[in-house]
Design a protein around this ligand. Sequence first.
Ligand SMILES: NC(=O)C1=CN([C@@H]2O[C@H](COP(=O)(O)OP(=O)(O)OC[C@H]3O[C@@H](n4cnc5c(N)ncnc54)[C@H](OP(=O)(O)O)[C@@H]3O)[C@@H](O)[C@H]2O)C=CC1
Ligand SMILES: O=C(O)[C@@H]1CCC=N1
Length: 273
Amino acid sequence: MPSSSPLPSVLLVGCGKMGNAMLEGWLKHGQKPSVVLDRHDHALPSPHHHARTVADIPADFTPDIVIVAVKPQKADAILEELGQHFSNPVLLSVMAGRSIESLTKTYKKANPSANPTVVRAMPNTPCAIGAGITGLYAEAGTTAEQKDQCDALLRSVGETVWVEQENLIDAVTAVSGSGPAYIFLLAELMEKAGIEQGLPPETARKLARRTIFGAGALLDHSVLDASELRIQVTSPGGTTAEALKILMQPDAWPKAVSQAISAAAHRAHELSS
Ligand SMILES: NC(=O)C1=CN([C@@H]2O[C@H](COP(=O)(O)OP(=O)(O)OC[C@H]3O[C@@H](n4cnc5c(N)ncnc54)[C@H](OP(=O)(O)O)[C@@H]3O)[C@@H](O)[C@H]2O)C=CC1
Ligand SMILES: O=C(O)[C@@H]1CCC=N1
């Protein structure tokens, strides 16, 4: 649960879909004066500050944590620039794939004496409504206080789990970072199939969305395994059993979900450098 003390101050670099999802939650929970660096306009409540470039960051601003939330393929220039501005920050990267080694190397490129302490985090967009889940990994040498500060930020917008090996962040990315997209696809497909069965589009949309919401909420409340909750819906000889005969074919969902998550993890690995 979020603590009542103010959240650490941050320099949030990149306030797009993921950065903004986290920022909304942080602002609600009360955050020390922070700066958002993004080339697009952002109306921030006082005393927070929006900067379009590194040069716009107030000279006396030293954030507790520098968070990098730009695309991993486009991060090099801004990382190099930040390395010249903040020498020894806690650098919290939410970028998919980019390894601690690669982040550190790029950060030090224009300022070899820079020495960031890198923590990697993989949140997801439900952070926007406080229902996120974030996996974290900290490089060796990160202090307990630095880890606590990162954890507090992400815990304020959902739950957190820490992993013991950096490469497991790729698995987190594939399961929960990208995961909401799999569920949104399911919503799209259920809605479409409902329309094919003759339901009015608005009714199909409502049924699909509320079913996914309700099933998620039940999973969240229940101590039972997902498989047990599935069995509770599945009357012998009934309708669900007929649907699951198709979905649970080894070549259907079991294979597709495994392959999809493996492909996402593989892509994260490709983005490491
Ligand atoms: N979207 C998601 O669900 C998740 C994303 N992530 C990670 O979060 C990161 C951001 O993803 P996402 O939010 O989707 O991306 P977005 O492109 O939506 O957000 C990035 C933002 O940063 C801006 N930006 C990029 N470079 C600069 C710069 N040099 N100076 C100023 N502004 C800049 C972009 O502007 P412009 O668009 O003009 O380039 C954009 O507004 C990625 O690394 C991704 O791997 C992690 C978990 C989930
Ligand atoms: O698709 C991506 O690469 C990012 C990382 C996880 C979710 N979105």
